[in-house]
Design a protein around this ligand. Structure first.
Ligand code: ZN
Ligand code: ZN
Length: 367
């Protein structure tokens, strides 16, 4: 599988006029090789020339972590007194068009810049984004498994099987995190819990506030689930519960959100400009008078990273392609009062949208 991905990367390099691709920390490297670089001061860097074999420059002490893959890359371990940046510079050689991973630490880029001349550097996104943003069948299955895992947690939350009232936001967040791991994820990426007025802050940090009866509790949580190749795929879901009978004013707000989210999902048909997904839900929210309270884009791509291309935002007119996987998560946030968000992961299927999350979309009332 990784050999095939390297070949696709080479084809993309050719199309983008890139002579050599350099990848260090971040998600591009595990996507191409199955190995994730330690985010430390020692340099790990894949050097993939368009016209030669791939080599992975790696600290010798980390080399035992890497599984040899003769058809994918060879290892270039470096000892503690060696100069790893020079190993990379030597491998660039006389090539003049270099694409470098967007999360490569600037210290390494600066050192490479200072030791070379006549090279045009570009962002490796030009090579990697077209590959990573269109998922194959195995990746979609990995995303579906991860989505179903968090669906089960959401269902328990909605059924009142997870203690909410009387807990602090932080305690509920910790419990969601525990369940994310218990459901098979390798790690927790986030577990936002925002009660009452805190739900008006989209990325609220769960804190010491005790959850009371008769208020909204917004829960947005997800993790990374490892697949058989050692590459993780992410989950991400948002559901709101109300700890008592919601007032009519909140029901009204939630009904608008529910309608907007469903309409945006339904708009996710191949060929549609991505920004149309955003426009469709945003119009419903604006027409109902809540436009000023929807303060973020509709969604983000998801895969080996929790946030990646394509971004579901006004101005992104790229056509939706079968295999695109992304969140649809409109929200309405009334400062000082309350807020709500509803989020699913959706895959663009050949025939239309394929929502991966199936947990109930209605506002759950719990006591
Ligand atoms: Zn989320
Ligand atoms: Zn999200």
């Amino acid at each position: 599988m990784f050999a095939a991905r390297i070949e696709r990367a080479r084809a993309q390099m050719q199309a983008a006029d890139v002579d050599v691709l350099l990848l260090s920390v971040g998600a591009d490297l595990p996507y191409l090789t199955g190995y994730q670089a330690m985010p430390l001061e020692r340099l790990t860097m894949l050097v993939l020339p368009a016209d030669g074999d791939a080599e992975l420059i790696i600290p010798a002490l980390e080399a035992p972590l890497v599984q040899a893959q003769d058809d994918v890359f060879s290892l270039v371990p470096w000892g503690e007194t060696e100069d790893p940046v020079q190993l990379a510079v030597d491998r660039i050689g006389s090539r003049t068009s270099v694409a470098i991973g967007e999360t490569t630490w600037s210290t390494f880029l600066v050192q490479i810049l200072n030791r070379t001349s006549g090279i045009t550097f570009s962002d490796a996104g030009t090579v990697m984004t077209p590959l990573r943003s269109v998922k194959d069948a195995a990746e979609i299955e990995s995303l579906r498994n991860a989505s179903h895992a968090v669906d089960r947690i959401a269902a328990r939350l909605q059924a009142g099987e997870i203690p909410v009232v009387g807990q602090t936001e932080a305690q509920l967040s910790a419990e969601l995190g525990r369940q994310i791991v218990a459901e098979g994820h390798a790690k927790v990426n986030f577990a936002i819990v925002a009660a009452g007025e805190n739900a008006a802050s989209p990325h609220h940090h769960a804190g010491s506030r005790v959850i009371q009866p008769n208020e909204v509790v917004l829960c947005d949580f997800g993790g990374t689930m490892s697949d058989e190749f050692g590459v993780g795929y992410c989950s991400d879901i948002t559901r709101c519960v109300y700890t008592g009978e919601p007032p009519a004013e909140f029901r009204e707000l939630y009904d608008v959100l529910f309608e907007a989210q469903a309409a945006s999902v339904a708009a996710a048909v191949p060929g549609t400009p991505v920004e149309e997904i955003d426009r469709t839900g945003r119009k419903i929210i604006a027409d109902a008078g809540y436009g000023e309270y929807f303060i973020h884009r509709t969604g983000h791509g998801i895969g080996v990273e929790a946030h990646e291309h394509p971004y579901i935002v006004e101005g992104n007119d790229q056509p939706l392609t079968p295999g695109h996987a992304f969140s649809v998560e409109p929200g309405i946030y009334v400062p000082g009062k309350w807020g709500a968000r509803l989020e699913d992961i959706v895959v663009s299927g050949v025939d239309g949208p394929d929502p991966l999350n199936t947990a109930d979309h209605h506002l759950a009332v719990i006591n």
